[in-house]
Design a protein around this ligand. Structure first.
Ligand code: URA
Ligand code: SF4
Length: 185
């Protein structure tokens, strides 16, 4: 574990701790406010993210940005990262050994950001952070507290692209997050 961003970011640049290193163009470390109260965790980079080295810049990310705008969330005020930092082939779900190899980087990011709220975007984030026993369909939309951090599981924005009806629930969940955030100040 590192106590500063420079060393953490440096430690990841040439990472070969799992097989996802083989096909990556760019590591997608994370982006946003390094002192954010709200952190969002996705699954892993897609093609656009791999090209640019920035999380959630593709179609799913654009949809998420729209929800942010509508709810008055400034993308720059939150911190966004993923379970794995390198793109899984054909956007498959990260395998257990890959997630495990990469999770310490994310844990270190959480320690440095010190968020009050963590939004878990989809099943991969939920299961890897809170435990395999959780399912996104029943867990979403409800606060879970662990070690002083409030977790809000919700749909992954890519799921909204496949099923429009999930959009309403996604917005509802983000609205709970924003209300909770405002209740702190
Ligand atoms: N999907 C994710 O889970 N993360 C990204 O950064 C982009 C798409
Ligand atoms: Fe390293 Fe994570 Fe990339 Fe695997 S996914 S090579 S652990 S940075």
């Amino acid at each position: 574990m590192y106590d500063n961003w420079e060393e953490l970011e440096q430690s990841i640049v040439n990472c070969q701790k799992c097989k996802l290193c083989q096909n990556r163009n760019h590591i997608v470390f994370g982006i946003g406010n390094k002192n954010a109260d709200i952190m969002l965790i996705g699954e892993g980079p897609g093609a656009d993210e791999d090209k640019q080295g920035i999380p959630f810049v593709g179609k799913a990310g654009q949809l998420m940005n729209k929800a942010f705008e509508a709810l008055g969330i400034d993308r720059g005020s939150v911190y966004i990262a993923n379970i794995v930092k390198c793109r899984p082939p054909a956007n498959r779900v990260p395998e257990a050994d890959e997630a495990e190899a990469c999770l310490n980087y994310l844990r270190n990011q959480v320690i440095l950001v010190k968020p009050k709220i963590i939004v878990l975007l989809g099943s991969t984030a939920l299961k890897n952070i809170l435990g395999k026993e959780y399912g996104i369909t029943s867990a979403r939309g409800k606060w879970i507290e662990r070690k002083g951090i409030l977790y809000m599981p919700t749909w992954h924005p890519a799921a909204l692209l496949r099923d429009e009806t999930k959009k309403i629930e996604f917005w509802k969940d983000l609205k709970l997050v924003i209300e909770k955030y405002h209740s702190f100040s």
